[in-house]
Ligand binder design. Structure first.
Ligand SMILES: NC(=O)c1ccc[n+]([C@@H]2O[C@H](COP(=O)([O-])OP(=O)(O)OC[C@H]3O[C@@H](n4cnc5c(N)ncnc54)[C@H](OP(=O)(O)O)[C@@H]3O)[C@@H](O)[C@H]2O)c1
Length: 489
C-alpha cells in the first residue's frame, strides 16, 4: 500500500510482486523442502508441524527468477503481479514425496511435532495477470524436487553447520528461552510476556541504535523488536557530527545505544596497522556521539570493552579479586585497548553516558565466528586462562532494561566469576562433540601467532549483580544459554 501511495502521489516508477513458497537449490535449510531433504540425507526423522494438512503452492526458483525477468521487461508501472502456481500440496504430501525419492518408508520417518502459533492453513495466489505477460510455470514439481535433491546431494556442506536450522523449531541467533524464543523465531511479538526475568520496567522509550550491520547492534535490534520497543537504526557515521544530528532530529529518540565501532577484521590486530582509522571511529566518533547527545539532553549507552585490564599484583590470577568500575585501566598492550581506555576516561566527564564494559562476548549462535566459544573451538591451539566474559543472550536484555532505568556511569558488563578456555572447551566436548580435542599453548607461544598482546582479567561484577540479582555466574549462564539449547550429545 505504501509503495502504491508513492507511485500515485509522486509518480515513483514501481511494480510490486507478490510471491510465496519458492524452493530449489541453494535455499537456506530452515525452509521446508531443503530441511526435509538434508534430514532425509542424514537418515533423520522428518518433523511436521501440527498434522501436516496446511497447504502451500511451491514454485521452482528458476521459474520465479523468470517471472521477475518478464515483469521487469513487460510489466506495467504501478501494477501488482502475483507470482504463484495453482498447484497446491500439503506439507504431509511434500514429506511423503521426498521419502519416495529417497526410497524410505514415510511411516518410519515422518513425525508430527507441536504446531507453531498462527501457522497459516493456506496461501493461494491467482497468477493469471502474470500469465497474460507471457510467463508460465516451466518446471513441474516432480522435476524441480529432483533437481533440488540432486543439488543438495552434491553440495551437502554448502551451508556449513546448519544443525540449528534443521531442528523442528530452529532457535534464533539469540536465545530468549521458551515463549520469547518462540515468538522471536516466528516473527510474532510475544503478547503479555512477564517482565520478571530482569524486573523489566514499562516506560515509553524510543531508541536510536548504532551498529546496524554489527554483531551486537544486530542483536539489539532483534531484541527491541521482540520487546516491542519503539526504535530505529542510526544512518549517520560516528565521525560525521552533522549526520548524527540529522539522525536525532529524524528519530527523536529518548535513548541512544551505541554498538558501533571498529573491532578489526579478522581481529583486533587490524587496528595495529590502521591506527588513524581506529582513532577516527573509536575515539573521535564515540566522543562525537556522546557530545551531540549531551547537547541534546539525551542518554547514551556505549558498548565499550573490559579488555583494558590485565591481571596484576593487586588482582592476581585465581584470587577472585576482580577489577572494579573505579579502577584505572592497566592494559594498553594493543592499540585497540589503548584507545578504548582513553575514551572511557574522557567519557566519565559526560553525565549522560552509560559505559558497559563488555568482555569476550558469547552467544548461543555457535556458527557466528565472532562468538568467543566459536573462535576458540576453531583455533589450532589455545591458551588456558580464566577470564570474565559476557553472555549476550542473558546480558543484552539487561542492557535494554538498564537504558530504560536510565542507569549511567561505568558498569562491568560481565557475568560474575571467571571461566577458563579449557573449562569452556570441556563443556563444548560434553555438550556438542564428544570427539572434540584441542591443544594448549602458553602465552609466549601465543605471542608468535598474534600481532598485539591480548588482555586477560577478572572483572568484579558485583555492581551489576546488585542491580540484577538474578544474573547467573559465567559458567551457569554459558550452560543455560549456549550449551543446553545447542546440545547434541
Ligand atoms: N565483539 C567483541 O569481541 C567485543 C568485545 C568487547 C567489546 N566490544 C565492543 O562492542 C561494540 C560492538 O561490537 P561488535 O562485535 O558488534 O562489532 P562489529 O560486529 O564489528 O560491528 C561494528 C559496527 O560498527 C559500525 N561502524 C563502524 N564504523 C562506523 C562508523 N564510523 N560510523 C557508524 N558505524 C560504524 C559497523 O557498521 P559498518 O559495517 O557500516 O561500518 C558495524 O555495524 C564495539 O565498540 C566493540 O569494541 C566488542
Amino acid at each position: 500500500m505504501l509503495v502504491m501511495a508513492y507511485h500515485r502521489s509522486y509518480n515513483l516508477s514501481t511494480i510490486t510482486t507478490r510471491g510465496n513458497n519458492v524452493y530449489g537449490p541453494n535455499q537456506y535449510p530452515e525452509k521446508l523442502v531443503p530441511k526435509f531433504v538434508l534430514r532425509a540425507m542424514k537418515g533423520q526423522k522428518l518433523p511436521i508441524h501440527g498434522d501436516g494438512s496446511n497447504v502451500r503452492s511451491y514454485l521452482y526458483c528458476g521459474d520465479v527468477a523468470e517471472a521477475f525477468d518478464v515483469i521487469l521487461h513487460k510489466g506495467m508501472i504501478g501494477q501488482v503481479y502475483n507470482i504463484g502456481t495453482k498447484k497446491e500440496r500439503s506439507v504431509l504430501d511434500v514429506a511423503e514425496e521426498i521419502c519416495k525419492l529417497f526410497n524410505i518408508n514415510s511411516k518410519d520417518v515422518i513425525e508430527f511435532v507441536q504446531d507453531r502459533p498462527f501457522n497459516d492453513k493456506r496461501y493461494f495466489l491467482d497468477d493469471q495477470k502474470l500469465k497474460n505477460l507471457g510467463w508460465e510455470e516451466r518446471t513441474p514439481w516432480e522435476q524441480g524436487l529432483k533437481l533440488t535433491i540432486d543439488w543438495y546431494k552434491k553440495n551437502p556442506d554448502w551451508w556449513g553447520d546448519v544443525s540449528n536450522a534443521l531442528n523442528p523449531h530452529p532457535k534464533s541467533a539469540i536465545n530468549l528461552a521458551d515463549g520469547a524464543q518462540w515468538s522471536f523465531q516466528y516473527g510474532y511479538s510475544r503478547l503479555g510476556r512477564s517482565f520478571t526475568e530482569v524486573g523489566r520496567s514499562k516506560t515509553n522509550v524510543r531508541f536510536l541504535i548504532y551498529g546496524k550491520t554489527g554483531w551486537i547492534g544486530g542483536l539489539l535490534g532483534k531484541l527491541c523488536d521482540e520487546e516491542r520497543i519503539n526504535w530505529e537504526y542510526g544512518k549517520g557515521r560516528l565521525e560525521d557530527k552533522r549526520s548524527l544530528m540529522e539522525d536525532i532530529s529524524r528519530v527523536k529518540p529518548t535513548h541512544v545505544l551505541n554498538a558501533a565501532g571498529v573491532t578489526g577484521r579478522p581481529n583486533v590486530d587490524w587496528c595495529e596497522s590502521h591506527k588513524v582509522e581506529t582513532i577516527r571511529v573509536n575515539v573521535v566518533g564515540t566522543l562525537n556521539l556522546a557530545d551531540v547527545c549531551n547537547e541534546n539532553g539525551l542518554y547514551v549507552m556505549n558498548f565499550a570493552t573490559g579488555c583494558i585490564f590485565e591481571y596484576d599484583k593487586e588482582h592476581p590470577l585465581g584470587s577472585g579479586i576482580g577489577f572494579k568500575e573505579e579502577d584505572k585501566p592497566n592494559f594498553i598492550g594493543s592499540f585497540y585497548s589503548k584507545t578504548k581506555a582513553m575514551v572511557e576516561d574522557l567519557l566519565k566527564n559526560y553525565e549522560n553516558v552509560c559505559t558497559l564494559r563488555v568482555r569476550m562476548p558469547i552467544s548461543s549462535d555457535l556458527s557466528n565466528p565472532r562468538n568467543f566459544i566459536t573462535k576458540i573451538s576453531r583455533y589450532n591451539k589455545v591458551v588456558d586462562i580464566p577470564n570474565s566474559m559476557t553472555v549476550l543472550d542473558e546480558l543484552l536484555p539487561i542492557a535494554i532494561e538498564m537504558a530504560k532505568r536510565n542507569l549511567k556511569g561505568i558498569w562491568n558488563f560481565t557475568n560474575p566469576g571467571v571461566i577458563s578456555h579449557n573449562q569452556i572447551l570441556e563443556l563444548y566436548r560434553d555438550y556438542i562433540d564428544p570427539k572434540f580435542k584441542w591443544e594448549n599453548f602458553n602465552l609466549e607461544e601465543q605471542a608468535k601467532v598474534i600481532v598485539a598482546p591480548r588482555s586477560n582479567n577478572e572483572m568484579d561484577a558485583s555492581k551489576l549483580k546488585k542491580e540484577f540479582p538474578e544474573m547467573l555466574s559465567i559458567k551457569d549462564s554459558i550452560i543455560k544459554y549456549v550449551f543446553e539449547p545447542n546440545k547434541k550429545t
